[in-house]
Design a protein around this ligand. Structure first.
Ligand code: AMP
Length: 218
């Protein structure tokens, strides 16, 4: 099954993509993660993308389409994947269909995370993660059980994404409204869109996604 998780930053796409991997072995393809990996590796592409990401804007279609087109060729994507953070423009959505059509494949469903934008700034700007195992935490909603110690691996090193500050989050939400939300009708008119309430607790969202999956024909 090939799925897209569509929703603004902080809607819970990453959490649910991880659960889809655990439950269905659908590989999580996060363009944000791929771009951060390029940045951390110090590649030219990563450095160029870093400036755009730090400003909360979208990296060029050409770059992200190139990254995804290459990634979905990998053997681990054969059994299916979940796109998290891609496509983010109508051009990217069209390019994705073209890339898949060449492989006689298609997107089977799009899960839309419906959220109230007003709470997203607080949700995102409190996020941090274990530097070692990447387990996610939040200043207000999910502190480690022992302060300063990761629940999962015991590490005492934590990181925060530098684009998870209030000012950049506002720019990222604007980019979503203006450039990404116009994708919704593109999938809706093909009957691929499955809205879920992204404001519900993560377990309820998981259940709603499972219900949507049972309606998706592959
Ligand atoms: P994310 O981890 O999905 O929140 O993405 C972090 C940042 O990476 C975004 O704010 C963009 O600057 C960039 N990015 C990730 N995916 C895309 C994409 N599909 N198109 C353009 N920019 C992207």
């Amino acid at each position: 099954m090939k799925l897209i998780l569509l929703g603004p930053p902080g809607a819970g796409k990453g959490t649910q993509a991880e659960r889809l991997y655990e439950r269905h072995k659908l590989v999580q393809l996060s363009t944000g993660e791929m771009l951060r990996a390029e940045r951390d590796a110090g590649t030219e592409l990563g450095e160029a993308a870093d400036r755009v990401m730090a400003a909360g804007q979208l990296v060029s279609d050409e770059i992200v389409i190139g990254i995804i087109a290459k990634r979905i060729e990998a053997p681990d994507c054969k059994a299916g994947f979940v796109l998290d953070g891609f496509p983010r423009t109508v051009n990217q959505a069209i390019a994705l269909d073209d890339v898949l059509a060449k492989k006689a494949a298609k997107i089977d469903g799009v899960i839309e995370f419906v959220v109230d934008e007003a709470v997203l700034v607080e949700r995102i700007s409190g996020r941090f993660a274990c530097a070692k195992c990447k387990a996610g935490y939040h200043d207000k909603f999910k502190q480690p059980k022992t302060a300063g110690v990761c629940d999962v691996c015991g590490s005492t090193d934590f990181t925060r994404r530098k684009d998870d500050n209030a000012e950049t989050v506002k720019a990222r939400l604007k980019a979503y409204r203006e450039q990404t939300a116009p994708i919704l009708p593109y999938y809706k008119k093909r009957g691929l869109l499955h809205p879920v309430d992204g404001m519900a607790d993560p377990d309820t969202v998981t259940k709603d996604i499972e219900a949507a999956l049972s309606r998706i024909k592959v």
